[in-house]
Design a protein around this ligand. Structure first.
Ligand SMILES: [Zn+2]
Ligand SMILES: [Zn+2]
Length: 235
């Protein structure tokens, strides 16, 4: 299977999985994977990890940016094959155990898009309870310094990850980066568009030069300025 990987900075790789991506953070013996793609992404993810010199079993921890099926759909397969631990934010943990129903994914158009939600749920996950519940501003249990930043808005439990040694933010779907321009998350797919702007303001506090997204190429170099400008432009 052909693989497609973008090395963002030394030790951080964006693994393309078909309309979505996962991010590998190398930490020595046990790299950390941020998101796992779709329910059907396992083989491609495995081949991508092999291309980077790892076996899937080398991944000790998978941390989720949020529960959407293009990010967490592959978790059941990944955990079954590898035994990796799963870390999710507190606000979404009960979705992974099925104690809470999967919230709507599409909003807007006076709720008309809601008719698509049951279909979207079909590509979602089976119960895959988290091993680690993440809270804002804590560090991931990993050998590398990776900070958890709660950035709600796109979903209630959306998180970004900050790697200070690389001045890199991994934001999942908390922002878009279309045609070289940073913008808030897609309003149709976001749970609370006002809270999403608060999260963008929060991200200005992190000293960064690189931002990784799930659906866009990375922003390299001028990241801090662009985040500051976006935060200022949304008031
Ligand atoms: Zn999403
Ligand atoms: Zn997404």
């Amino acid at each position: 299977m052909t693989v497609s990987i973008t090395t963002v900075v030394n030790g951080i790789h964006q693994i393309h999985l078909g309309a979505t991506s996962a991010t590998l953070i190398e930490t020595g013996d046990s790299p950390v994977l941020i998101d796992v793609g779709w329910k059907w992404s396992y083989n491609r993810l495995k081949d991508s990890l092999r291309a980077l010199g790892y076996y899937p079993e080398d991944i000790s921890l998978v941390a989720m940016t949020h529960y959407h099926p293009d990010h967490s759909g592959g978790m059941e397969a990944f955990r079954n094959k590898t035994g990796a631990h799963l870390a999710v934010h507190d606000a979404e943990a009960l979705i992974y155990t099925s104690e809470l129903p999967i919230p709507p994914i599409m909003y807007g158009w006076k709720g008309g898009f809601g008719i698509l939600n049951p279909l979207l749920n079909l590509v979602g996950m089976h119960p895959t309870p988290a091993d680690i519940i993440l809270q804002d501003k804590e560090m991931l249990p990993s050998v590398a310094d990776i900070e958890v930043i709660h950035t709600p808005g796109h979903t209630a439990g959306s998180v970004s990850f900050y790697i200070p040694s690389k001045q890199t933010l991994i934001v999942g779907d908390a922002m878009m980066y279309k045609h070289g321009k940073l913008s808030p998350p897609h309003s149709t797919f976001s749970h609370d568009n006002v809270v999403a702007l608060d999260s963008i303001r929060k991200l200005t506090q992190y000293d960064c030069s690189v931002v990784c997204f799930s659906h866009y190429p990375p922003l390299i170099g001028d990241a801090q300025n662009q985040i500051n400008e976006l935060a200022a432009s949304v008031g």
